[in-house]
Design a protein around this ligand. Structure first.
Ligand SMILES: Nc1ncnc2c1ncn2[C@@H]1O[C@H](COP(=O)(O)OP(=O)(O)OP(=O)(O)O)[C@@H](O)[C@H]1O
Length: 204
């Protein structure tokens, strides 16, 4: 279970701080909704460890995550910027998410190949990020996050800007991931994404 207890944060001491307090069960998807600027990405940044709270605790199965840097948290994030390594091709970008030294088993290599085909990027293995469209980059980032298979998945507008067919495929993949036990925190303006993916809705 992911627990957020009395979390307090503001970007500046003079700003009015956010207070977050909620729980997400293992294998549950909670959708965070709220107008632009209400703090959805901020909350995800706190959970990921990119931002440091002023106060309060973030726990995963009772373990305090606050002291852990982002890469040691049981968490993967897909943020709007995609964050692909520009000097590495598609397979290497995904593979590094699975194993930092790229020591991949044959099964893992097959999973990457199958995953790329499933999201409509079969044959894109050796493309560089600069040679991809925005939506293709988004699919690579999402596939990397899913194949990393961490217990918690943080998604910030994960399907925005994709065409309807691709959205449907990615929604199905995310539902499979949830059914396999991944806990998901989703920030999305898209009502259909929230309706299809989320078990619970939470307004900021
Ligand atoms: N690094 C930063 N420094 C100062 N203020 C920031 C910073 N990042 C975001 N903010 C402000 O914090 C508020 C919340 O931003 P946030 O990105 O969390 O909102 P959001 O709900 O995700 O919005 P959107 O739906 O537009 O993505 C906004 O007013 C924003 O301007």
């Amino acid at each position: 279970m992911l627990e957020v207890r009395n979390l307090v944060f503001a970007y500046k001491p003079s700003s009015r701080p956010w207070h977050f307090d909620f729980q997400v069960s293992t294998g549950e998807c909670i959708a965070i909704q709220g107008p632009s600027g209400s703090g959805k990405s901020t909350l995800l940044g706190l959970l990921a460890g990119f931002l440091e709270p002023w106060n309060g605790d973030i726990l995963w199965n009772g373990e305090l995550l606050n002291p852990l840097p982002p890469w040691e948290r049981p968490v993967t994030s897909v943020f709007q910027e995609h964050n692909l390594f520009e000097h590495l091709n598609v397979v290497t970008n995904i593979g590094l998410g699975i194993h930092p030294g790229m020591k991949l088993s044959t099964d893992q290599k097959d999973l990457i190949k199958e995953g790329l085909a499933r999201v409509g990027l079969g044959g894109f293995e050796t493309r560089m990020p600069a040679e991809l469209s925005g939506g293709q980059r988004q699919r690579v980032a999402l596939l990397r996050a899913i194949l990393r298979n961490q217990p918690v998945l943080l998604l910030d507008e994960p399907l925005t800007g994709l065409d309807e067919d691709t959205r449907k495929i990615l929604r199905t993949i995310l539902i499979e991931q949830k059914n396999a036990g991944t806990t998901i925190v989703l920030a999305s303006h898209d009502e259909e994404d929230r309706r299809v993916l989320a078990d619970r809705h939470w307004s900021l």
